[in-house]
Design a protein around this ligand. Sequence first.
Ligand code: KMT
Ligand code: NI
Length: 183
Amino acid sequence: MVRMYYMRDPVDDKTAPNFADPLHEITSDELAHKTNVICLQAEVNESVQEEILNEITHARRCNFRDIIEISPSKMGDQSISKLDIFFAEHLHNDDEIRFIVEGSGYFDVRDRDDKWIRIAVEKGDLIVLPAGIYHRFTLDQKLYIKAMRLFVGEPVWTPYNRDDKTDESAARSGYLSSWLGAV
Ligand code: KMT
Ligand code: NI
């Protein structure tokens, strides 16, 4: 089960669950409606996992895959600055497609009203953040994730931290116009 909920803002410890008070959980349909983010439930059966990956690879024409492992114990001194970079609110010019191979973590995304929704991903989950959505990532208190990154074309992972320029970027307007027509 992927747990998704509105979160406390601002947060003290980013790796804590940070549920809003009162608790406000949402379903994956609501998430898709509010943000255009696709998140598929955990699938632990390896052959089904492979099928899901093949499907997304074909549907999105991904031709690149690699593995990213994030944990303070494996990354040493680098991990703190890496984690800070991931947790700074940013967008990308391309879709961020991740399949969780091991471990868990939190993707936080902004909804239409600019409120943070936290998506707790774990082994077997697939998440697709559309280009231009403001988001951030953190490990949870288990401090470990191993994820497959999928990409279309020559991979570019550049995060653009939120500012006036990103508000006016092509990726941002593309994302906002994908909401037109949906209420
Ligand atoms: C990003 O750009 O936000 C990320 O790649 C997050 C880490 S993937 C588990
Ligand atoms: Ni990102």
